[in-house]
Design a protein around this ligand. Structure first.
Ligand SMILES: *[C@@H]1O[C@H](CO)[C@@H](O)[C@H](O)[C@H]1NC(C)=O
Ligand SMILES: *[C@@H]1O[C@H](CO)[C@@H](O)[C@H](O)[C@H]1NC(C)=O
Ligand SMILES: *[C@@H]1O[C@H](CO)[C@@H](O)[C@H](O)[C@H]1NC(C)=O
Ligand SMILES: *[C@@H]1O[C@H](CO)[C@@H](O)[C@H](O)[C@H]1NC(C)=O
Length: 309
C-alpha cells in the first residue's frame, strides 16, 4: 500500500535542504543531533494520500482482513476526539477501517467514497492535514461531507506510528443527520432521535445475539438488550462516542464480528472500559497519552503536556 521510501532530492539539493533546516538555530535546537528531515515534503504528501486511498471503500475492506497491517506500526497510538484513544495495529485496523467498510451495515456515517485534502503541512516525520471525506450514509440515504483534521507521525518505514484526529463540526453533522431523518419521517427532532435510537439499538442487539455467545454474552435476550440501550443508556452527545451511550455501542458493534472476546463487552451494559464515563472534561483535555512529540525535531518536548512519562 505505502510505497517504499525513495529519495527524490538529488545530493546537492539535499545538502541545501539540510542547511535550510539547520539555519534557524535556536539555543534549544543547537543541542539537537538531528540535522536533516526524516522525510521530504513530497514523501509525506504521498504517505498522507496513501493513507486516505486505503481508507476509501472498498480498499478499506482489505485492511480488515489478515492480521498484519500495511499501514500502522505494531504499537501505533491513536486518538479521536469524539471517541477516545486506541492502542496497537489490530485494534486500530478494526476501528479505522472496520467501522466504515460495510455498506449493508447500520451506521451514522456510512462508507467513505472520496476525499479532498484542503490543508496540508508536513515536516520531519509529521503531517498535519485537513481532509473533507465524502461518506455515503447508506443507512440514512444521504451523502455527507465530513471534515477530519489529522496529525500523523510516520515511522522510518513510512507507517503510521501515531495519529490524532478531530472531527470538525461533528455536532453540526449529528444535528444535520437528525434533521434529515426528521424531514424524511415527518417528525420532530425528538422523534428523529427516537427513530435513530430504535434503528441503532436493534442493530446492536442483533449483533450481540449473533456474535456474543457463551462467555461473551452481554444481555439475557434481545428485549433486555433493546430496553437497556433505549431506556437505561443515553443516546449520546456529539462528544460522547467513547462514553456510556448508545452511540458508542453502535460504533463498537462494527468490531464485534472481528474479535467477539474483545469487543462484546463494549456493546454490553458495562461498556467494557470503552463505552464508559471514566474521564472528566479536564482529564480528557489534559490526558498524557502519546509517547512521541508532536512537534518536529523534538522542539518543546519537555513542555508538551500531552506526552506520557
Ligand atoms: C493477531 O495477532 C495478535 C498479535 O500477534 C494476536 O494476539 C491475535 O490473536 C491475532 N488475531 C488473529 C485474529 O489472528
Ligand atoms: C450510496 O449507496 C447507495 C446504496 O448502496 C447507492 O445506491 C448510491 O448510488 C450510493 N451513492 C453514491 C454517491 O455513491
Ligand atoms: C409526510 O407528510 C407528507 C405531507 O403531509 C405526506 O405526503 C407524506 O406521505 C408523509 N411521509 C411520511 C413518511 O409519513
Ligand atoms: C520522528 O522523528 C523524531 C525526531 O524528530 C524522533 O524522535 C521520533 O522517534 C520519530 N518517530 C518515529 C515513529 O520514528
Amino acid at each position: 500500500m505505502l510505497k517504499t521510501i525513495k529519495m527524490h532530492i538529488p545530493t546537492t539539493l539535499w545538502g541545501l535542504a539540510t542547511l535550510l533546516v539547520v539555519s534557524p538555530v535556536s539555543a534549544e535546537a543547537s543541542t539537537n543531533t538531528l540535522v536533516k528531515p526524516a522525510f521530504t515534503f513530497d514523501q509525506l504528501w504521498d504517505f498522507q494520500n496513501a493513507f486516505w486511498d486505503s481508507f476509501l471503500y472498498p480498499a478499506n475492506v482489505k485492511q480488515t482482513q489478515g492480521n498484519t497491517t500495511t499501514v500502522f506500526t505494531p504499537d501505533v497510538q491513536g486518538r479521536v476526539d469524539i471517541t477516545r484513544t486506541f492502542d496497537g495495529d489490530e485494534l486500530n485496523r478494526e476501528y479505522i477501517y472496520g467501522l466504515f467498510s460495510d455498506p449493508e451495515s447500520v451506521s451514522l456515517a456510512g462508507i467513505p467514497i472520496a476525499y479532498h485534502i484542503t490543508q496540508f503541512l508536513a515536516n520531519d516525520n509529521i503531517t498535519s492535514a485537513t481532509t473533507v471525506v465524502t461518506f455515503n450514509s447508506t443507512t440514512f440515504g444521504v451523502v455527507i461531507p465530513i471534515t477530519i483534521d489529522t496529525w500523523i507521525e510516520f515511522s522510518p518505514e513510512g507507517k503510521i506510528a501515531s495519529y490524532d484526529a478531530t472531527f470538525r463540526w461533528f455536532g453540526y453533522l449529528l444535528d444535520f443527520i437528525l434533521k434529515s431523518v426528521a424531514t424524511k419521517t415527518n417528525g420532530t427532532s425528538e422523534q428523529a432521535v427516537a427513530y435513530v435510537s430504535d434503528v441503532l439499538a436493534k442493530h446492536v442487539c442483533a449483533s450481540s445475539e449473533k456474535y456474543c455467545k457463551g462467555e461473551n454474552q452481554q444481555y439475557e435476550n434481545s428485549d433486555s438488550c433493546y430496553e437497556t440501550l433505549t431506556k437505561k443508556k443515553r443516546f449520546g452527545q456529539p462528544h460522547e462516542l467513547g462514553r456510556d451511550t448508545l452511540l458508542c455501542r453502535s460504533i463498537h458493534e462494527h468490531m464485534v464480528k472481528y474479535r467477539p472476546e474483545v469487543h462484546c463487552m463494549h456493546i454490553g451494559p458495562t461498556g467494557g472500559g470503552y463505552c464508559v464515563d471514566d474521564m472528566t472534561y479536564q482529564e480528557t483535555v489534559l490526558q498524557k497519552y502519546f509517547t512521541h512529540s508532536w512537534i518536529p525535531y523534538g522542539y518543546g518536548e519537555d513542555k508538551n503536556i500531552w506526552l506520557a512519562n
